[in-house]
Design a protein around this ligand. Structure first.
Ligand SMILES: Cc1cc2nc3c(=O)[nH]c(=O)nc-3n(C[C@H](O)[C@H](O)[C@H](O)COP(=O)(O)OP(=O)(O)OC[C@H]3O[C@@H](n4cnc5c(N)ncnc54)[C@H](O)[C@@H]3O)c2cc1C
Length: 148
């Protein structure tokens, strides 16, 4: 389980050694920190529920749309329609790709901040699977933890 914070406020990757964590009880567990997961987490938190949002990849906070799909593609389309004519094609493409990556990273960090707070929900980085009708098992790199 990655809980050590990096300077950007995101959990540092590879922190700590693999170990078993105590169960998290009395929370609503959700797996997937995408559009669906965060919409539901926000609604449940608003209704006073304690929510644990489980995301398998620390590169996917906020889900597919902002990290690798809708936002990056639109950012590249925008760059293509607004070329920097002072640059050669290769440099222009490099700049467009860097802007797209910076935008996706900023949105990913903002999503993490918004959904890992006492007012909304807790984010756990790991792969979730149902271990029972009311229990989710979260695993990564040898660590596992139950939420129910
Ligand atoms: C190229 C492209 C462009 C797109 N453009 C648009 C657009 O312009 N407008 C639009 O409305 N839609 C667009 N979409 C669609 C949009 O990305 C999806 O509709 C949206 O991401 C679906 O949200 P979701 O929450 O269902 O899934 P996702 O956003 O995919 O979130 C699911 C999350 O669950 C995590 N996960 C999966 N299994 C587990 C597990 N067992 N344990 C823990 N975590 C897990 C994944 O890592 C992922 O982060 C686009 C899609 C693509 C591919």
């Amino acid at each position: 389980m990655r809980t050590t914070r990096s300077r950007r406020g995101l959990p540092a990757t590879g922190a700590g050694r693999p170990h078993r964590r105590p169960p998290v009880r009395g929370h609503t567990g959700e797996h997937g920190f995408g559009k669906g997961g965060k919409t539901l987490a926000g609604a449940l938190a608003k209704a006073g529920r304690r929510v644990v949002l489980i995301e398998q990849s620390d590169e996917m906070y906020g889900g597919t749309c902002i990290t690798i799909a809708c936002v990056p593609t639109k950012a590249l389309v925008y760059q293509a329609e607004h070329p920097d004519r002072r640059l050669g094609e290769a440099a222009w493409f490099e700049q467009a790709a860097a802007k797209k990556t910076a935008l996706a990273e900023a949105m990913r960090a903002r999503n993490f901040e918004m959904f890992d707070s006492p007012e909304t929900s807790t984010v756990i980085t790991g792969r979730a699977r149902f271990a029972g009708p009311h229990t989710l098992l979260v695993t990564d790199a040898g660590a596992d933890r139950a939420a129910g």
